[in-house]
Design a protein around this ligand. Structure first.
Ligand SMILES: Nc1ncnc2c1ncn2[C@@H]1O[C@H](COP(=O)(O)OP(=O)(O)OP(=O)(O)O)[C@@H](O)[C@H]1O
Length: 729
């Protein structure tokens, strides 16, 4: 009998293989510990380059800097520091070649003291066969092995035999495949990287050249998001200087989604990427949270390109308090500039300047107009005249009232005034749209997701507020009731979330990655383009999951952004998330309403059919709680209760009262929009008919909800005869 303290001798083939791999993994960690020490030493000595006895090599790298590759264990050690210990191990793959050569693949590259590779970075060209080799094209690989590690311990191996003929009899092959093992694991609250199991078609998209526009499409669960994130890591690896300096922006649909994906890049050793929900892209120029969603009519109008015209008119629309004429007394003479001249000056100046930057030009034109109106016998030189006029209190007060500086938030809030709205949106927005948009600014609520793009447009049109003039607008609050209303609305909205008047112009990036692109509105594309005039793009989406009433309009807007830039497209064809049984149901539902949907093939079957229930007398919230409770028992990981917006609060309360949301670690209640891009092991879709009715995306939104589960799906209708079930035949 072995003593409990001595390590068990490997007995099975699996244990023997694990022991072999453990020995290599130990070597890698030892080398990393050395490299970390050496990195500290380099830092403390203030030297900028890693010193090695391979002087020839160091000289070569001198020219290209330290950022280039995985060549320095020193660099690797630094990268390791940002790896999340909770993620799977540093070394995750091994290739056995026909030549007998063995290569290990990992999250970063590590070399030994003789500069021989102990592990190659997954992004290096030499690692490509790990992802691309197949039995029909083995790429000189006999066996591909995925190591499962927990921290620095190897806990399992999974093999694929790619070239049976070249495999010697001593080559051990273990497991049924790493992919299936990965896919059946329970889901937590954050997305995991897939670095050990990237599939060939995904790998092609990840390693595509950086230039121009790369679009990645595919149905739900095909790995579009996770592939795009690995692509960001690949781009940083292969063109580090370009992208680390120029910046990479990743845009997703919501804050919840950003929280869900935020660990993926750090787990790949990359932490220099900016992640922003679409509602906060403009937060570099305007202070806003942008999480609230408008009701459908307002949202559709605010996203439409017609708002460009509305905002253009809004910027040139004089404030209601703007004086109609200037009248001042100079040396006993009355000087006057009438409304026509004032209007002409305003027009001329705005044709060449942004409002907040046009004040000087406007003032010059105003003084000129006054000079023209002076009596012939006024004995003053022009310069003296200007000085004396500018010194009068009347002139200064007029100037500030006539050409106030205006922040984007103040300007947008003016649309809360019905009269302003109808003036600037006349013949552009319908009455219903005007009312919906205007009403949204009369509520004392935070800016919405759609407002972000409008504020950004306004910042662009108005220009920054010059420092010394920031608060002059408050000098002329009119006592007129209507004006007061406008000012009050402005104050309400601008107060807690005012523009930072001295903010730099918007930030720009070298690469912009847009996820859930089917939901980006035309106005939001304009906002994104401002941040990527020189950028290359990765655009990821699935039109069949669009929440827009007009999926074609969203697609048109996307095509406009791509323009004539070089463009390559990748289609993901396999659904890695949904069990085949669940996806079959979801596919029937979407195809009925949206026949052009790009349907992937579900790779996994659980043998468990979705359950379609009816709440009957107990009511929807109670039924949802009951199903959630069952699902929590049946699945290991998370449960998502997806409700129409009108039921969210009620269902949330019912779950809490049922004791199911005590710590929120396993069960959440969300709307279909909030569930975009996310997944849960078990899903309850509450009242699918209401999900369809309450979203402009209709059935496409229901499709999003139905494709969230990784294990089990249950739907609950309010009563028998639900409409959505008709498509199931
Ligand atoms: N090669 C892979 N190995 C392991 N897991 C994978 C692989 N590809 C995708 N997955 C998993 O499949 C699930 C779906 O991936 P992801 O969310 O990226 O899909 P998506 O196409 O963006 O979906 P949706 O369009 O529904 O938002 C995730 O859990 C992801 O980790």
């Amino acid at each position: 009998m072995t003593s409990p303290k001595s390590p068990a001798q490997p007995t099975t083939a699996l244990e023997q293989e694990i022991a072999i791999e453990q020995a290599h993994v130990d070597l890698v960690y030892t080398r990393l510990a050395e490299a970390t020490r050496s990195a500290r030493q380099v830092a403390s000595e203030g030297r900028s380059l890693f010193q090695s006895d391979r002087a020839d090599f160091v000289r070569e790298e001198d020219g290209t800097g330290l950022y280039e590759r995985d060549v320095f264990a020193f660099q690797s050690a630094k990268r390791l520091a940002v790896l999340d210990a909770e993620h799977e191990g540093l070394v995750f793959g091994r290739l056995d070649h026909t030549t007998g050569e063995i290569r290990y693949v990992g999250r970063i590259g590590v070399r030994d003291g003789d500069y021989e590779p102990l592990v190659i970075d997954w992004r290096a060209r030499a690692a490509e066969p790990f992802y691309r080799a197949t039995p029909t094209n083995p790429m000189d690989v006999v066996r591909r092995r995925v190591l499962r590690c927990r921290g620095d311990r190897v806990i399992g191996v999974e093999d694929d035999l790619l070239d049976g003929e070249s495999a010697g009899s001593e080559l051990v092959v273990i497991g049924e495949g790493a992919l299936m093992a990965a896919l059946t694991r329970a889901r937590g609250h954050t997305m995991r990287d897939i670095v050990a199991t990237i599939q060939a078609e995904q790998d092609e998209a990840i390693r595509a050249p950086y230039q121009g526009v790369t679009t990645i499409s595919g149905g739900p669960g095909t790995g579009k998001t996770v592939v795009a994130l690995h692509r960001a890591a690949y781009l940083l690896y292969s063109h580090r200087r370009r992208f680390e300096n120029g910046g990479v922006l990743v845009v997703g649909p919501s804050l919840v989604f950003m929280n869900y994906i935020e660990r993926v890049l750090p787990s790949l050793g990359e932490d220099s990427v900016t992640l922003r929900p679409i509602g906060m892209v403009a937060s570099d120029v305007v202070r806003l949270r942008g999480e609230r969603v408008d009701e459908p009519v307002a949202a559709a109008a605010k996203g439409s390109l017609r708002m460009v015209q509305v905002l253009r008119r809004l910027v040139s629309d004089p404030l209601t308090s703007t004086p109609q004429e200037l009248r001042l007394t100079l040396r006993g003479d009355v000087l006057r500039v009438g409304s026509h001249t004032l209007e002409r000056i305003r027009r001329d100046v705005l044709a060449h300047h942004k409002l907040n930057q046009g004040r000087e030009a406007a003032e010059a034109a105003l003084l000129k107009a006054l000079w023209r109106s002076k009596p012939a016998d006024l004995d003053l030189e022009r310069e003296e005249f200007d000085d004396q006029v500018s010194d009068t209190a009347t002139y200064r007060m007029f100037r500030n009232a006539w050409w106030p500086t205006l922040s984007a938030t103040q300007a947008l809030a003016r649309l809360g005034d019905r009269e302003v709205m109808s003036r600037v949106a006349d013949s552009v927005l319908s009455h219903a749209e005007q009312e919906a948009v205007s009403a949204s600014y009369r509520q004392q609520l935070d800016w919405t997701v759609a407002d972000g793009a409008l504020l950004d447009e306004l910042v662009d049109r108005l220009g920054a507020v010059p420092e010394s003039e920031d608060d002059e607008i408050s000098l002329f609050i009119d006592t007129d009731e209507e004006v007061n209303e406008v000012v009050t609305t402005m104050d309400r909205l601008a107060g807690p979330r005012e523009i930072d008047p001295f903010a730099e112009a918007h930030q720009t990036y070298a690469h912009i990655l847009v996820d859930e692109a089917q939901d980006i509105t035309p106005m939001q594309w304009r906002m994104l383009r401002r941040r990527g005039a020189q950028a290359s793009w990765t655009i990821v989406g699935d039109p069949a999951q669009s929440s827009w009433s007009d999926a074609e309009e969203a697609e048109r807007a996307l095509n406009e952004t791509i323009g004539r830039a070089p463009h390559r497209h990748f289609r993901m064809s396999t659904n890695y998330r949904s069990p085949a049984e669940v996806f079959e149901l979801a596919a029937q539902v979407v195809v009925d309403a949206y026949p052009q949907a790009d349907l992937p093939t579900a790779v996994r079957s659980t043998g468990i059919e979705p359950e379609l229930r009816v709440a009957d007398g107990e009511g929807l919230p109670a039924a949802a709680v009951e199903v959630a409770r069952e699902l929590l028992r049946q699945v290991e990981g998370t449960v998502g209760v997806i409700c129409p917006p009108s039921l969210l609060a009620e269902v949330g309360t019912a779950l809490r009262q049922g004791g199911l949301q005590v710590d929120q670690t396993r069960v959440v209640a969300v709307t279909p929009l909030q569930s975009k891009g996310l997944e849960y092991d078990g899903v309850v879709v509450v009242s699918p008919d209401d999900v369809v009715a309450e979203s402009p995306g209709g059935v496409r939104t229901l499709y999003v909800a139905l494709t969230r589960p990784t294990q089990r799906l249950v739907t609950v209708d309010a009563a028998p005869g639900a409409i959505w079930r008709k498509s199931l035949g």
